[in-house]
Design a protein around this ligand. Structure first.
Ligand code: ATP
Ligand code: MG
Length: 143
């Protein structure tokens, strides 16, 4: 008999400029992954990538959500916001490139390292966006 696959789904709203709430999704996801016994190094990578996604939604977008799907062999993390979009993805993916506001920079963000790091630490990374459109970042971590 085929083993039924259980999938855990989590979803978090992330508001525009809600600096005080940034970190809630990543710390919650970290807690859930630890509770179900995922390897500590994978938990750490997934939490960092989620945190970078949350901050990007807070500082660069009109708001959005983080969706997580945990199955037997992988963790899928999707950050989906409702604009303003990215007109040049290649440039956005370049280390050091940032359009972060003065306010965001004063809080320590804006090194232009979030997206390159998300790509580096995930097992699969994809980003879909264009000017004025939703930005959808998908990251997969193999368990
Ligand atoms: N969700 C998004 N919506 C619109 N633009 C985005 C989004 N995420 C990233 N960008 C654009 O891509 C650039 C690079 O993003 P990245 O996360 O690498 O750096 P950063 O957020 O500017 O700084 P850091 O992440 O180091 O604090 C941003 O400055 C912004 O111009
Ligand atoms: Mg960033």
């Amino acid at each position: 008999m085929a083993e039924t696959e259980k999938t855990i789904k989590l979803e978090y709203e992330v508001g525009k400029e809600e600096f005080s709430k940034a970190g809630i999704a990543s710390s919650n996801i970290k807690k859930v992954l630890n509770q179900i016994g995922i390897d500590a190094a994978i938990v750490r990578r997934a939490a960092i990538a989620t945190y970078e996604s949350e901050i990007n939604i807070v500082i660069h977008s009109e708001g959005g959500k983080i969706i997580v799907e945990i199955s037997r062999d992988r963790i899928i993390i999707i950050a989906h916001d409702k604009g303003k979009g990215i007109d040049n993805i290649e440039k956005a993916m370049t280390k050091g490139f940032s359009t972060a506001s003065h306010e965001a920079r004063e809080m320590g963000f804006g090194a232009g390292m979030g997206l390159p790091n998300m790509k580096r630490i995930s097992d699969q990374f994809s980003i879909e966006s264009s000017k004025g459109a939703d930005t959808i970042v998908e990251m997969i971590f193999n368990i």
